[in-house]
Design a protein around this ligand. Structure first.
Ligand SMILES: Nc1nc2c(ncn2[C@@H]2O[C@@H]3COP(=O)(O)O[C@H]4[C@@H](O)[C@H](n5cnc6c(=O)[nH]c(N)nc65)O[C@@H]4COP(=O)(O)O[C@H]3[C@H]2O)c(=O)[nH]1
Length: 530
C-alpha cells in the first residue's frame, strides 16, 4: 500500500513523486484538489490513476491534510493513499454490465431501434412535455403491407435485411427529438414531439410512407415495400399513452381496409370503447361489494428438486356477464381510478387468511407472494395496513412476500427504500417483480432490502433460442447471485426453458410447465403436502 508523508519543505518533492506517475487525464483535477487544501481549511480527498514503474495502471484513493503553524503558514501536508484498483475495476465491470443489460432490454436487437419498453418511456416523456407546454404530440403507427410475402418467399434473412433498411429510413427522416421504435415484427411507431398543427402530421406520415416505397435492394433482389399508417393525437384523441397507442393502431387497421399504402387519422367513432370503459368502472366498484373477486394461486417450485416453495396469489374478477376477467383487463383501470387500494387490501387479507387456513389444516407451510400495485405502494399507511392484516389473520410476517416492480421503486428511490425497510423490519419478505423491464440501476439494487428477484416472463418466453433474451436471463441470475438474492423465473412453459434456467443456477420458477394459477382447493389437492 503506497503512502506518502511529507514535511512542509519536501511537500513538493513528495507530491511530485506521485504526480510524476499520475495518469495525464487525472492530473489537473488532482492538482486542483491538492491546491484547494492550501486555500481552504478542509482536508482533501481524491481518487486518481497512476502508472507504476512496471507499467501497470493502479487506482489510488488519497486522503490528506495540511497542518499550519501558529502564524497560519503551511507546515506539513500529510497524506495516505490506498490502492483501490480491485474495487474500482469491479465497479467499472458492474457499470459496463449494467449499461449493456440496459441496452439489451430497451432496444430491438435487429434494428437497434428503441423497443416497446423504451417507446413507452419516451411516450411518457413526450406527453409530459406536451402537457407542460400545452402543445400537441402525435403517434404514427406503421405496419408494413404484405411483408409476410417477402419472409415466406425469400426467407427470414432477407426479411430481416429489409426491416433494417426500413428502420434506418424511418430514423433518418424524423427530427432528433422524435422517436422511432420497433414494436416487433413489421410494426414501427414514430412519436412526433412539438407538433404545430394536427393537419401537418398526415404530411409527415405521407413523407415517411413515400420513403418506404423506394426500392430496397437486397442480395440482387429489387423489393418494393408499402405500409399503412394510423395517427393519433395528444391531447385531442386521448391523454394517456396506452389509449393513444390503441387509437393509432385502430386507425392503422382502418388505413389497411381503405386499400393500404395510406394513412388515416383516428376518429372517436372508430371504437365505442370509451363508453364501455365507463360501464366497466362502475361494475368494478360493485365487484368488491358483491364479492365477485376471487384469488387463484400459482405454485412456485424449487427448480432443482421440484418441491413447492411458495404460491403467488393472482386476482380474477368473476364478472356476472363476461365470465372470468383476467387482472390485466381491470387492474390498470383500478390503478387509474384508485380502486386498487381497497382491491389490493382485499387481496392481501384473503391471501394471508388462505395461507393461515392451509397451515391450520396441517399442510406444510409455503410462502405466500402477493402483488403490490404502484398506488398501494405509495400509500403512507401501507406498513400499518400490512401489519394489521397479519395480526388479524394470524399469519407470521416471514410467510408473506410482497412483490413490487422496478418502476415503483425507481419513481422515488429514497421513499421506496424507507417503505421497504419498514416492511423488512416487520419481517415481511420483498421481491422485485418483472425484473429487467424497468430501470433499476444495479448499484441501487444493493441498497434495497429485498430477498429476491423475479425474471420477467418476456425474457423467459423465447429462451434458449433467442440469444438476446438468453443472455439477459443468464446475466440477471448471475448478478442476483452476486448480491445474494434468490431468483424466481416467471412463465416457464417448456422443458427447454426449465433446463436452461436450471443450468444457469436459477433456483425457483413458476409457469404453465408446472401449473397455471388454480383455485385454493385445486392447489391444496394437487400440491400441498400434509
Ligand atoms: N403466458 C404465460 N403466462 C403465465 C405463465 N405462468 C404464469 N403466467 C401468468 O403470468 C402472470 C404472473 O403474474 P405477474 O407477473 O405478477 O403479473 C400480474 C400482476 O402484475 C397483475 N396482478 C394479478 N393479480 C394482482 C393483484 O392481486 N394485485 C395487483 N396489484 N396486481 C395483480 O396482473 C398480472 C397478470 O396476472 P395474470 O393474468 O394472473 O397472469 C399471471 C399468470 O397467470 C406461463 O407459463 N405462461
Amino acid at each position: 500500500m503506497p503512502s506518502f508523508r511529507a514535511g512542509a519543505r519536501d511537500v513538493s518533492s513528495g507530491l511530485s513523486g506521485v504526480l510524476a506517475l499520475l495518469h495525464e487525464e487525472d492530473r489537473s483535477r488532482v492538482e486542483q484538489d491538492v491546491a484547494q487544501t492550501f486555500t481552504m481549511e478542509a482536508p482533501y480527498e481524491t481518487r486518481f490513476r497512476v502508472r507504476w514503474p512496471d507499467g501497470s495502471l493502479h487506482y489510488l484513493h488519497t486522503r490528506g491534510k495540511l497542518y499550519r503553524d501558529h502564524a497560519g503558514n503551511p507546515q506539513r501536508l500529510t497524506g495516505v493513499s490506498w490502492d483501490v484498483t480491485e474495487k474500482e475495476l469491479a465497479e467499472s465491470r458492474l457499470r459496463e454490465k449494467e449499461e449493456h443489460l440496459y441496452f439489451l432490454a430497451h432496444h430491438d436487437v435487429l434494428t437497434n431501434l428503441p423497443n416497446r419498453r423504451l417507446l413507452q418511456d419516451r411516450m411518457q416523456h413526450a406527453l409530459a412535455k406536451a402537457r407542460r407546454s400545452g402543445g400537441l404530440a402525435a403517434l404514427i403507427y406503421f405496419d408494413l403491407d404484405r411483408f409476410k410475402t417477402i419472409n415466406d418467399s425469400l426467407g427470414h434473412a432477407i426479411g430481416d435485411r429489409v426491416l433494417k433498411e426500413i428502420a434506418s429510413r424511418l430514423a433518418r427522416q424524423v427530427r432528433e427529438t422524435d422517436t422511432v421504435a420497433r414494436l416487433g415484427g413489421d410494426e414501427f411507431v414514430v412519436i412526433l414531439e412539438q407538433v404545430e398543427e394536427a393537419e401537418k402530421v398526415a404530411g409527415v406520415a405521407q413523407k415517411l410512407l413515400l420513403e418506404l416505397t423506394r426500392e430496397v435492394l437486397v442480395e440482387g433482389h429489387r423489393l418494393y415495400v408499402t405500409a399503412s399508417a394510423g395517427i393519433s393525437l395528444f391531447p385531442t384523441d386521448s391523454v394517456d399513452s396506452e389509449s393513444l397507442m390503441k387509437n393509432a393502431e385502430t386507425a392503422m387497421y382502418r388505413a389497411k381496409e381503405r386499400g393500404k399504402n395510406t394513412c388515416q387519422y383516428f376518429t372517436p367513432d372508430m371504437n365505442a370503447r370509451a363508453r364501455e370503459l365507463l360501464q366497466f368502472e362502475s361494475g368494478l366498484r360493485q365487484a368488491l361489494e358483491q364479492q365477485q373477486l376471487v384469488l387463484h394461486y400459482q405454485p412456485q417450485v424449487d427448480l432443482m428438486t421440484g418441491d413447492l416453495i411458495g404460491v403467488e396469489a393472482l386476482v380474477r374478477w368473476e364478472h356476472p356477464e363476461r365470465g372470468m376477467v383476467p387482472p390485466g383487463d381491470f387492474i390498470p383501470l383500478a390503478e387509474e381510478t384508485g380502486l386498487i387500494v381497497p382491491i389490493g387490501e382485499w387481496v392481501l387479507r384473503t391471501a394471508c387468511a388462505q395461507s393461515r387456513a392451509w397451515r391450520q389444516a396441517g399442510f406444510s407451510p409455503v410462502r405466500m407472494a402477493v402483488n403490490i400495485s404502484p398506488r398501494q405502494f405509495r400509500q403512507s399507511d401501507l406498513t400499518a395496513r400490512v401489519d394489521e392484516i397479519l395480526r388479524e389473520t394470524g399469519l407470521e410476517p416471514g410467510a408473506l412476500e410482497l412483490e413490487v416492480t422496478e418502476g415503483m421503486i425507481m419513481n422515488d428511490v429514497e421513499a421506496a427504500i424507507a417503505t421497504m425497510e419498514e416492511l423488512g423490519k416487520m419481517g415481511v419478505l420483498l421481491a422485485i417483480d418483472d425484473f429487467g423491464t424497468g430501470y433499476s440501476s444495479l448499484g441501487y439494487l444493493k441498497r434495497f432490502p429485498i430477498a429476491g428477484l423475479k425474471i420477467d416472463r418476456s425474457f423467459v418466453r423465447d429462451i434458449p433460442g433467442d440469444t438476446n433474451d438468453a443472455q439477459i436471463a443468464a446475466s440477471v441470475i448471475a448478478l442476483a447471485h452476486n448480491m445474494n438474492l434468490r431468483v424466481v423465473a416467471e412463465g416457464i412453459e417448456t422443458a427447454d426453458q426449465l433446463s436452461f434456467l436450471r443450468d444457469k443456477g436459477c433456483e425457483h420458477g413458476q409457469g404453465y410447465f408446472f401449473s397455471p394459477p388454480c383455485t385454493a382447493e385445486e392447489l391444496a389437492a394437487r400440491f400441498l403436502a400434509a
